[in-house]
Design a protein around this ligand. Structure first.
Ligand code: DQA
Length: 146
């Protein structure tokens, strides 16, 4: 199975940004840890990042992976463009957040991506990403060998 790991706006600032919510690890470290975790389960991870909404849509539309793990960052709260993109993608998208967005500021409680994603994992730091790998593996219809 092949999974696109897509991190969106401001996730490249991990390690420098609000560690009380996001931890002290960098985006590179996050990508490495998810890749190692997934490899043990025979899953290949393809890592991408962008701060730009349109580029995130391009990356999603162009993926040839079987599934996607997506942390859209703040775009999750208002991007109908990314919502529409996910809706017609044709591969399952698991939404992740490092922090628990329902326990933070009220503007983060709105999440326009949830209803078009197959699942949402949040509030557990890196474990949110690991849980997304496990979930996508459990619903995998591709049966590709990693
Ligand atoms: C986030 C939560 C969002 O509200 C925030 O804008 C982010 C990161 C998370 O991973 O907890 O950039 O998606």
């Amino acid at each position: 199975m092949r999974i696109l790991l897509l991190n969106g706006v401001n996730l490249n600032m991990l390690g420098k940004r609000n560690p009380e919510f996001y931890g002290y690890f960098t985006l590179e470290e996050l990508e490495r840890q998810v890749t190692v975790y997934a490899e043990k389960k025979g899953v290949l991870i393809y890592c991408r990042h962008s701060n730009c909404e349109g580029e995130l849509a391009d990356i999603l539309q162009q993926t040839d992976c079987d599934a996607v793990i997506f942390n859209a960052g703040a775009y999750s709260h208002y991007s109908y463009a990314l919502r529409d993109c996910i809706e017609c993608l044709g591969v399952p998208v698991a939404e992740v957040h490092l922090s628990d967005i329902e326990k933070r500021e009220s503007f983060r409680h709105t999440d326009v991506l949830t209803d078009v994603c197959v699942a949402r994992f949040m509030g557990k730091g890196l474990q949110s990403y690991f849980d997304a790998v496990d979930y996508l593996l459990s619903i995998d219809g591709s049966k590709h060998e990693g």
